[in-house]
Design a protein around this ligand. Structure first.
Ligand SMILES: [Zn+2]
Ligand SMILES: [Zn+2]
Length: 332
């Protein structure tokens, strides 16, 4: 195992392009200063709102167990939220990045949720993986005459076409250039598949947004909170449940934390098929520890499929910029 080459790099990108929204109505002026600016996204009668905090950046170290080596620090992951103005009102973004490389397997996984409560589409979710494997998924929740529709699209490897960019050189000197084979993993050979549509509940979220919804649960008196959740074109009922409290030590300090259980149930109206995937495709039982007062994510542990292996991964809070005021380490 000592010969195992391990190199991992986790980068938080701050420079995502913000698409400009067209249109000229419902301008929402913002009076609060940017450092405490928030966007509240209503989730229906009696439900606590989902809050997007402007310019908050959380950085985490990522530790993995590889063979006999436990808790190897292999880089960092980042979560960021921000609020931007558009001509059709404020837009809230959540973004999460996970980049790494292990024994030649390269992973660059980015999640992005775009909430536009007064616009259309009301909600979009992007899931992009690059590196040794490549794929893109996009969820769009649009307003319609009879409620809300999800348009889901994903990319796949081209099964064979006339595009010369998909052609590869022959293995033998006398061979001809021909279209690559289906096991090819080249990102540029992947094309968007036909989108699929379905009706969905108005306040459907994606997994990344539900991580931020934990804050609304922690700040409320309720013991649990539910939300419709979209994973690809499947609908789940997600339940966030308050569990035990414990002090958790992470690089930023020791925090009074509460564990939050995340349970996904298939609604009766959904046909079978498909397993529920956790954050960044994590498998098994994930443990979420959040700060007991603010609900800020302090530590996650779970199993992450990295190439042929499922590796034990811990994501631990290292830095917090512009986090809620109450996020204070014990003994400070
Ligand atoms: Zn092709
Ligand atoms: Zn190909």
């Amino acid at each position: 195992m000592l010969s195992l080459v391990l190199f991992a790099l986790f980068v938080l990108t701050h420079a995502c392009a913000v698409p400009q929204d067209a249109g000229a109505s419902r301008w929402v002026p913002v009076s609060s200063p940017s450092f405490e600016r928030e966007l509240s996204i209503e989730r229906g009668e009696g439900e606590p709102a989902l809050v997007v905090r402007h310019d908050e950046v959380l950085t985490y170290v990522v530790e993995m167990d590889i063979g006999p080596f436990k808790g190897i620090s292999v880089g960092q992951s980042g979560f960021r939220s921000r609020v931007v103005d558009s001509v059709e009102g404020e837009i809230g973004y959540f973004e999460a990045v996970f980049e790494g490389e292990q024994a030649g397997y390269v992973l660059d996984h980015r999640l992005r949720s775009r909430h536009h409560p007064s616009g259309d589409p009301k909600f979009e979710s992007f899931d992009t993986q690059r590196g040794s494997e490549n794929r893109k998924r996009q969820i769009r929740v649009q307003r319609g005459e009879d409620g809300f529709t999800e348009v889901y699209r994903f990319d796949g490897h081209c099964k064979g076409c006339k595009d010369q960019h998909h052609f590869v050189d022959p293995k033998w000197p006398c061979g001809k250039r021909k279209h690559c084979e289906s096991k090819c993993k080249t990102a540029q050979h992947r094309v968007w598949q036909d989108p699929v549509s379905r009706s969905v509940p108005e306040h459907s979220l994606d997994y990344l947004s539900s991580i931020y919804l934990i804050r609304s649960l922690v700040r409320s008196d309720a013991e649990s909170l539910g939300t419709p959740l979209l994973d690809k074109n499947r609908l789940w009922n997600l339940k966030l449940i308050k569990a035990e409290k414990k002090k958790i030590e992470v690089p930023l300090g020791e925090f009074a934390c509460q564990r939050v259980l995340i349970e996904a149930q298939r609604p009766e109206s959904e046909s079978g098929g498909g397993k529920f995937r956790g954050l960044f495709g994590m498998k098994g039982s994930m443990k979420f520890w959040v700060h007991e007062k603010t609900g800020v994510l302090v530590q996650i542990s779970g199993e992450l499929p990295l190439g042929p292996l499922d590796l034990g991964v811990k994501i631990r809070l290292k830095e917090a910029q512009n986090a809620p005021e109450g996020l204070i380490a014990l003994g400070r």
